[in-house]
Design a protein around this ligand. Sequence first.
Ligand SMILES: CNc1nc2cc(C(=O)NN)ccc2[nH]1
Ligand SMILES: [Zn+2]
Length: 373
Amino acid sequence: MTIPFDLITTDPNSSARRGRLHTAHGVVETPVFMPVGTQGTVKGMLPESLHDLGAQIILGNTYHLFLRPGHDLVKKMGGLHRFMNWSGPILTDSGGFQVFSLGKLRKIDEEGVRFQSHLDGAHQILTPESSIEIQQALGSDIIMVFDECIPYPATRDYVIDSTERSMRWAKRCKQAHNRQDGSALFGIVQGGMHEDLRRKSAHDLMEIGFDGYAIGGLSVGEEAEVMYEVMDYTLPELPADRPRYVMGVGTPENLIEGVRRGVDMFDCVMPTRNARNGVLFTSFGKISIKQAQYREDERPIDPDCDCYVCRHYSRAYLRHLYQSNEILSSMLNTMHNLHYYVQLMAQVRQALDEGNFATFYKEFYQRRQSGVV
Ligand SMILES: CNc1nc2cc(C(=O)NN)ccc2[nH]1
Ligand SMILES: [Zn+2]
């Protein structure tokens, strides 16, 4: 089944849109932030806690689960939903990004990518067909095509050759995708930071036809302004009645700017990875909890946050846990950061429902002017 996407409203003053995505494991209200669960777990979070803070859909990484424990084992255990006890929708990326950022001695050719596992050096190969097979074995609700996330910077010739190959791979993915399990297949726009190549990639994908469209190849070291430019000229090329997903993005500001330009879905390791490094997101900016200034600070991380952590713990305690390298430090910091990201999107959806996204947008930046309290 194609994933029916209801476009509910488009903001009168911008390209922001409110939508609803129907998946085999439930409905996803958009715009949405998807926590990353790389190895079959959102690090430090119980699935129930994820659900309680408002997470709707999570992301699994094909590269990691393929290497360990193996997609055959996960399938044998009933699929990723059952394996990790997450009953909501799961989107799996195709492995394209990780194989380039983690794999060793990669060799790319028309067939796919040969690499050595970062775990044990074993020689492996990922192809469009095997990536789809792995994602279907995992039981993914939203499957991503296998493509190359082009490094930045790259020569125009490299971008042209790589993007054309990724479009050929996208066609092979569509042919390999078995729709019987109710999963959806999303195409991924590449094209580097070149407007003409991005527009052509979008059109090539629409020729093939997908249930949703992602913008890949961003958040690879480019300036935020370049990221926004790519969104500005790529998003209007995509069909309005299909979900748009920007991969690997981003900071809270990136999410708000993406929403304003018409993005429906985001994923990023920033809230979870920063949490483990003691960096906490708040409505007025970021806090590095290890700083001595928080040693006797009895206030919550964010007075405007109603998460479990902010209702029960002081900055002083969270600093103590971090300094002591306690397991609970990662757990509580992650819970707060994910609550911030997920609730930021809930506030965006509410503003779009109430027709005051413009006011929300202005206030989002005003609160950050005041700086950390
Ligand atoms: C953290 N930055 C970041 N950029 C990404 C790009 C892709 C992509 O183009 N996949 N085909 C995927 C994940 C990403 N994460
Ligand atoms: Zn909080």
